[in-house]
Design a protein around this ligand. Structure first.
Ligand code: MTE
Length: 331
């Protein structure tokens, strides 16, 4: 059997889902003008399309998010970032979400994602497996806003005002057994609305994992909103992860399942190319990826800046790794 393995974000233009495929699939969304449509098509991973940024695609006819009344929420000033917040139009039109295409311009295609009903399941090593609707979950969680750095392994970055709640609160709700060592998280799977999931060489569904210490670290944040509104579909509605000291591929989107386990999960990109995308994936300017120097980063609405160890969050996270030997913590 021939298995075609893709190398992370090294994506050939032919693999980008043709825009016609997803535009025909759903009449939910329309671009208002031909200009933005042309700008969207076929961008290669890692190419920043100025035309798309200055003239973002318009999205119409998408069912409203029923959690909209919850936002904006109060900003938690403990987490400060010295750079300017990235323009909303840039952050919401330059996205990695391979379920909707292996390029950056998936913001319109992602509108096909149905975000209600949305059920989140907690299972594995827990006192009792449970499933809960996203709106019931939101009612039980203390929402706040946090401005975090967001650094992709492709060496671009943004500053994002996420809304959501500490992941530690989610773990508390799930009641894991003391023997659980890791949390495996899983994205929805529905190739009918997510054409990328028809690309059989990817190991769908998207999976990510954290240690229990990482998941309960004060920085680990479950995102439900951004820019004072519900998080849009292209950024991982209705529930995604933000672990700002790690590369962006750890920030799994549109999560439906949290499984507590004593076995280290193999994540989506790790399964594809473990030597390049490891389990830990902590940011380090001195450890380069084979295709991207990590010394500096290109900010989406600003200049190129030096990258910081643990993406600037050393004081919060370094202790978790001090006793781990023989592992590459930065891949
Ligand atoms: N989650 C899912 N389910 N599918 C994806 O393709 N891409 C990851 C991560 N989460 C991805 C995902 C990568 S590579 C990055 S850099 C971030 O999402 C991008 O998040 P953003 O589009 O909100 O900036």
């Amino acid at each position: 059997m021939l298995i075609k393995r893709k190398r992370g974000w090294e994506v050939a233009e032919r693999d980008a889902t043709p825009e016609s495929t997803y535009m025909n699939r759903r009449s939910l969304v329309k671009a208002l003008a031909a200009g933005p449509l042309l700008a969207m098509g076929g961008g290669l991973a890692g190419c920043w399309d100025e035309a798309t940024a200055s003239n973002p695609p318009q999205i119409v006819d998408v069912p409203p998010d029923p959690s909209a009344h919850l936002y904006p929420v109060q900003r938690n000033l403990r987490y400060k970032v010295e750079r300017q917040i990235t323009d909303e139009a840039d952050a919401t039109t330059y996205n990695n979400f391979y379920e909707f295409g292996s390029h950056k311009s998936i913001s319109i295609a992602a509108q096909a994602l149905k975000i209600r009903p949305w059920t989140v399941t907690f299972d594995g090593m827990v006192e009792k497996p449970v499933s809960i609707g996203i709106d019931d979950l939101l009612k039980q969680m203390p929402l706040e806003e946090r401005v975090y750095r967001h650094r992709c392994v492709e060496a671009w970055s943004m500053i994002v005002p996420w809304s959501g709640f500490p992941m530690a609160k989610l773990v508390e709700l799930a009641k894991p057994l003391s023997s659980a060592k890791y949390i495996k998280m899983q994205t929805f799977q529905d190739p009918e609305i997510a054409p990328g999931q028809k690309q059989h060489w990817y190991p769908w569904p998207y999976v990510e994992g954290l240690t229990m210490a990482e998941a309960t670290n004060e920085l680990a944040f479950m995102v439900t909103g951004v820019y004072g509104k519900p998080v849009p579909r292209q950024m991982g509605a209705p529930l995604r992860l933000a672990v700002p000291w790690k590369y962006g591929f750890k920030h799994i989107k549109s999560i439906v399942r949290f499984t507590f386990t004593d076995k280290r999960p193999v994540s989506f990109w790790e399964e594809i190319q473990g030597a390049e995308y490891g389990f830990w994936a902590n940011v380090n300017p001195k450890v380069n990826h084979p295709r991207w120097s990590q010394a500096t980063e290109r900010t989406l609405s600003g200049p190129r800046v030096p990258t910081q160890l643990y993406n600037g969050y050393t004081e919060y996270v370094a202790d978790m790794y001090k006793d781990i030997k023989g592992e590459n913590l930065f891949i």
